[in-house]
Design a protein around this ligand. Structure first.
Ligand SMILES: [Zn+2]
Ligand SMILES: [Zn+2]
Length: 267
């Protein structure tokens, strides 16, 4: 089973899963590596969740589990860092304070709102404007900050528009998506294939197939595979389909990050 580089446990405010349950499931699936990437989303708009992370407890507990399961599975300690164009404190400082294996840079907020709430996302704009603004902010986030290794679920926003991905095409959004890919490549960073797109009903993993095609054409090589599982049942889901798709485009390797460095494994 391919290694999962995007998964959550109860250290994320939107998951109740004890970390050990994720570990046991990954071992049962036959994974050789797994990387926890719990949420740290500073300045997240007020909501039922705060998406902050108790870094000391996180490292303490996951380091113990890493030792306990050494020899059965290699456990990485990463995080999913939520980015916004304006943050009250520089995220670089937090990232440098702890020995993360992987930092996924994700855009979960657009125009200061959580797009999960479709009504808020659509306030005063069309779906196309809402999606475009999200991509422009994501481009700004990935350009402005350097303290990430992999850009998370690039087209996360299309889960939440009223028509979801019905009108979401490369023809319509390719100009800004291409700029995002160019920034990723120029910075020597990568993108992830995030199979939560299937669970969200998109019919594919994030980002859409056309983005992967263009990433390849532009010379993009660095990628990780992640389920974004918040519960054990979703761990590793659709990984074979995702890998087969990537291979069909000519990708040969995926990466697992340790100490912020990629280790390449065959697809
Ligand atoms: Zn995310
Ligand atoms: Zn996630």
């Amino acid at each position: 089973m391919y290694s999962d580089s995007h998964l959550h446990c109860a250290f994320s405010s939107d998951s109740d899963t004890p970390p050990e349950e994720q570990i046991r499931r990954a071992i049962a699936l036959g994974m050789h590596h797994m990387t926890f990437t719990d949420h740290y989303d500073p300045d997240f708009p007020p909501d039922e969740f705060d998406f902050l992370l108790d870094f000391d407890a996180y490292f303490r507990q996951l380091s113990e589990l890493r030792e306990k399961y050494r020899g059965q599975i290699d456990i990485g300690i990463g995080m999913e860092l939520g980015l916004q164009p304006v943050l009250s404190a520089p995220p670089e400082e937090t990232v440098s304070r702890y020995p993360f294996d992987l930092v996924i840079g994700s855009t979960h907020v657009t125009r200061g709102i959580d797009p999960y709430y479709t009504e808020k996302l659509m306030q005063g704009c069309t779906e196309e404007q809402a999606y475009r603004t999200y991509f422009e902010e994501e481009l700004e986030n990935l350009t402005r900050y350097d303290c990430w290794d992999i850009a998370g679920h690039l087209d996360y926003v299309v889960r939440y528009g009223p028509h979801r991905n019905r009108d979401y095409t490369w023809e319509r959004y390719g100009d800004v998506l291409e700029e995002i890919l160019k920034v990723v490549i120029r910075k020597g960073k990568g993108i992830e294939i995030n199979t939560a797109g299937y669970a969200a009903g998109l019919g594919y993993a994030h980002p859409m197939p056309a983005v992967w095609k263009r990433y390849r054409e532009l010379g993009g090589e660095l990628l990780t595979i992640g389920s974004d599982a918040h519960t054990p049942d979703r761990l590793g889901q659709h990984f074979q389909e995702a890998a087969d798709f990537l291979k069909s485009l000519g990708f040969r390797y995926y990466a697992v990050f340790r100490e912020r460095q990629p280790q390449f494994l065959p697809l």
